[in-house]
Design a protein around this ligand. Structure first.
Ligand SMILES: CC(C)(COP(=O)(O)OP(=O)(O)OC[C@H]1O[C@@H](n2cnc3c(N)ncnc32)[C@H](O)[C@@H]1OP(=O)(O)O)[C@@H](O)C(=O)NCCC(=O)NCCS
Length: 227
């Protein structure tokens, strides 16, 4: 059986060639190792203001998660620029947060960026089109998540599933779809998740948003993209 990282890459490669987007995936254990043994190499990718921000973070887990997000976006952006034959010094770009905490590249605000972390993986995507990505470990969802954040139609579909494994897969798939759309729309938690019905693979919302969901062993991956 293919490992999770291979499956994630296989599906992301398909999306990459279909939509001309670039992605980068890292195992956060590697970032943790770099913190311990190759700090110089890791820090060389960060701008001065990113290094200052990192300094302020006190909890080690938050440092690893935050650096992983900057790392994957920068590596994906490197690939993105390389495809048009330009090379870029990654310490000269800043991956910052907007009004609703949406990520973007300060020096390239027109390039769309999305980040997801689900231990141990972190994925960054860079694209000309508006995008949102979400990765979640497949577990039994809290009943309150379904009750407060799922639409009536979604609940009706879930109620008919008797097998608990299939129920978990379907509910977490729906949840990554909602999160991916909320990221594409840059709303994050401001999104009205209950109103957002994500059963169909195309949503009409200021244009058409296409949804692609994959089960990669015990992870659910969704990409939302403006088409
Ligand atoms: C932040 C949120 C967009 C996604 O969070 P998440 O799925 O838990 O975490 P992910 O790792 O997949 O995504 C985090 C990334 O989303 C991005 N993000 C945050 N706000 C965003 C927004 N408004 N628009 C687009 N992207 C956003 C950030 O880049 C962040 O990574 P960073 O902090 O390294 O920059 C938001 O929808 C959220 O907090 N969801 C959790 C909701 C929840 O747990 N509810 C429980 C109810 S019981």
């Amino acid at each position: 059986m293919a490992n999770t990282e291979q499956l994630l890459k296989k599906n992301l490669n398909q999306l990459s060639s279909k939509f001309n987007l670039e992605y980068f995936i890292v195992n956060m254990k590697e970032i943790s190792n770099m913190f311990e043994f190759e700090q110089q190499r890791l820090y060389a990718l960060l701008s001065n203001s990113e290094l200052e921000y990192l300094e302020q973070l006190k909890i080690y887990k938050n440092k690893v998660q935050w650096v992983s997000g900057r790392y994957v976006v920068k590596q994906a952006f490197f690939k993105y620029k390389l495809s048009s034959k330009s090379l870029i010094d990654l310490s000269c770009i800043d991956v910052v947060k907007g009004q609703n905490s949406e990520p973007y590249i300060l020096q390239y605000p027109n390039v769309n960026v999305s980040i997801t972390h689900s231990y141990p993986y972190c994925i960054g995507i860079v694209s000309e089109k508006n995008i949102g990505i979400d990765l979640e470990k497949i577990n039994a969802p809290e009943d309150s998540l379904i009750k407060f954040f799922f639409s009536e139609r979604e609940k009706e579909i879930l109620i008919d599933i008797n097998d608990s494994n299939q129920y978990n897969i379907k509910s977490i798939n729906l949840w990554t779809r909602k999160e991916a759309v909320s990221k594409l729309l840059k709303l994050g938690m401001k999104m009205n998740f209950k109103k957002l019905d994500v059963i169909d693979d195309e949503l009409i919302c200021n244009g058409v948003i296409k949804l692609f969901t994959y089960v990669c062993n015990d992870f659910s991956l969704t990409l939302a993209i403006d088409s």
